[in-house]
Design a protein around this ligand. Structure first.
Ligand code: NAD
Length: 492
């Protein structure tokens, strides 16, 4: 088996189907380039298609009775063993993440690898919580429920943080007794290939299958396959809408983790707090090049502290080092590819063309890295109108829109004035005001006085067009990967 460790020769990666490492039936492959160098092919993966998906789904179906029929302790043991193995390879996974996704090693890639490990351990730990209940229906009746797995799950992953998102799906689905077919994103599949290689050593053949390729070929075939019981999709709202419609058409289960345009609201009483700026920088996800669904990409600053907070924020953004994602010194790595880079420029041009916009910070002239990598410095646009495209559409780049506010009702209305509803951040020393505001925001996840990432085991998912369903917590596993069967027995 090859792996992407050699820095000069592209590795030939394969798909995992029914325990075998295979090429696409067509024999076709996709070149994988690194975001650090648009000219460098670091690996090839199979270009899977319908026939490959069909084989993977059949393998997952064949493995389902054995995997679901065993004691939870067997699944638990496997997940915990995988967690230990992942832990022993954490640094390698982080290095590969940096090369494959462009996410900087210190600020992003290592935490992503660690969260994956923690998620395998968490779901291994709660595997025995997939329990039913009994109804006190009297001595003549035994009335109980079983929580059963759904069957074959198709997991479709995006490129922005593949290991993290894989961690939200794979261990939860497996702990509940499902088997799974994973599709890695065509732009960043390599950490998922490595994850599959590790999982294959601890799981029976067919329990975990990996298919690589394009969305319109592999993803679509998974969504439409009649023997896929659930589609667990993470990606853009546009594609997710189509996935939900197609899965719904054949009455398959689906859950959708989609895009966001999340607000951060700063009350004036928090302006002088020493950790405000650090938390705001974290919330912008600048260190992930803004390529995060939960990025606080709209910052609402109260007029009374607008200039002072903005000045400190700009200072902090200017101090972030954009550089090779594998370099320990880099805070910010690379945007994923040329298409995404150009998309970000398009949004910046659109924002700059608006009347009244002010450029609070444009780091682009200060960049010391560039071609052939997709490097991009943060951009902070001030006095933005909440109705402009840069404040309404998900840019998925390091671009922050700063918007002034005076009145709480007005800022809540603006915060909710988007079709997205994934995350939000509220900063106030007055916890009454902060919590009341948090309660009024239509988002699946609101943080108060902090801007970091998800905690392992927390409920996570979107409202409105940011998604449907929860999977990443114990209750999410029960809701997202099991179904209830009621059994009533007449006793004599
Ligand atoms: P995308 O929607 O283009 O692709 C996501 C995945 O879907 C990829 O594997 C792709 O190959 C596949 N796909 C594409 N077309 C398909 C089709 N017709 N049928 C089935 N699958 C198809 O998204 P992306 O550009 O890879 O990722 C960025 C988006 O993902 C952003 O909008 C971001 O907000 C979102 N995202 C959301 C979360 C979350 O948890 N809510 C997390 C990460 C990323």
């Amino acid at each position: 088996m090859t792996s992407t460790t050699d820095t000069t020769t592209p590795a030939t990666e394969r798909m995992l189907i029914g325990g075998d490492w295979v090429d696409a039936a067509s024999g076709e492959t996709i070149d994988i380039i690194t975001p650090t160098d648009r000219n460098r092919v670091i690996a090839t993966t199979p270009r899977g298609a319908e026939e490959d998906v069909d084989r993977a789904v059949k393998a997952a179906r064949a493995a389902f009775p054995g995997w679901s029929g065993t004691s939870f302790t067997v699944r638990q043991k496997a997940l915990l063993a995988i967690a230990d193995r992942l832990e022993s390879e954490a640094e390698g996974l982080a290095q590969l993440t940096a090369l494959d996704t462009g996410n900087a090693l210190r600020t992003q890639a290592r935490p992503e690898a660690q969260t994956l490990i923690n998620l395998f351990r968490y779901f291994g730990g709660v595997a025995g919580e997939v329990k039913g209940v009994t109804l006190p229906a009297g001595d003549g009746e035994l009335s109980y429920t079983r929580r059963q797995p759904l069957g074959v799950v198709a997991g479709i992953l995006p490129w922005n943080s593949p290991l993290l998102i894989a961690g939200f799906k794979i261990p939860a689905a497996l702990a509940a007794g499902n088997t799974i077919v994973i599709k890695a994103a065509e732009d960043a599949p390599l950490t998922i290939v490595r994850l599959a290689q590790i999982c294959a050593e601890y799981l029976p053949a067919g329990v975990f299958n990996l298919v690589t390729g394009y969305g319109a070929e592999v993803g679509e075939a998974m969504t439409l396959h009649p023997d896929v019981d659930k589609v667990s999709f993470t990606g853009s709202t546009l594609v997710g809408r189509g996935v939900a419609a197609k899965a719904g058409q054949r009455l398959a289960h689906s859950s959708l983790e989609l895009g966001g345009k999340s607000p951060s609201i700063v009350f004036p009483d928090y302006a002088d707090s020493p950790d405000l700026i650090g938390q705001l920088i974290a919330s912008t996800r600048f260190a992930r090049q803004g390529q995060s669904c939960t990025a606080g990409s709209r910052l609402f600053l109260h007029e009374d502290c607008y200039d002072s907070v903005l000045e400190r924020l700009v200072e902090a953004a200017a101090a972030l080092k954009v550089g090779d994602p594998r370099d320990e010194a880099s805070d910010i790595g690379c945007i994923i590819n040329a298409k995404q880079y150009d998309r970000v420029q398009g949004y910046i041009d659109d924002g700059l063309s608006q009347e009244g916009v002010e450029v609070a910070y444009d780091g682009r002239p200060h960049l010391s890295v560039g071609e052939p990598g997709f490097y991009h410095a943060p951009m902070i646009l001030s006095r933005v109108d909440n109705d402009w495209r840069i404040a309404q559409e998900e840019i998925f780049g390091p671009v922050l829109s700063v918007i002034p506010w005076k009145d709480v009702d007005e800022v809540v209305e603006m915060a909710n004035g988007t079709h997205y509803g994934l995350a939000a951040f509220v900063f106030s020393k007055d916890l009454d005001a902060a919590i009341t505001t948090a309660n009024r925001i239509d988002s699946g996840w609101v943080q108060v006085n902090q801007g970091g990432g998800q905690l392992v085991g927390q409920s996570y998912g979107g409202m409105k067009t940011s998604g449907i369903g929860r999977e990443a917590s114990l209750e999410g596993m029960l809701e997202g990967f099991t179904q209830i069967k009621q059994i009533n027995v007449k006793l004599h």
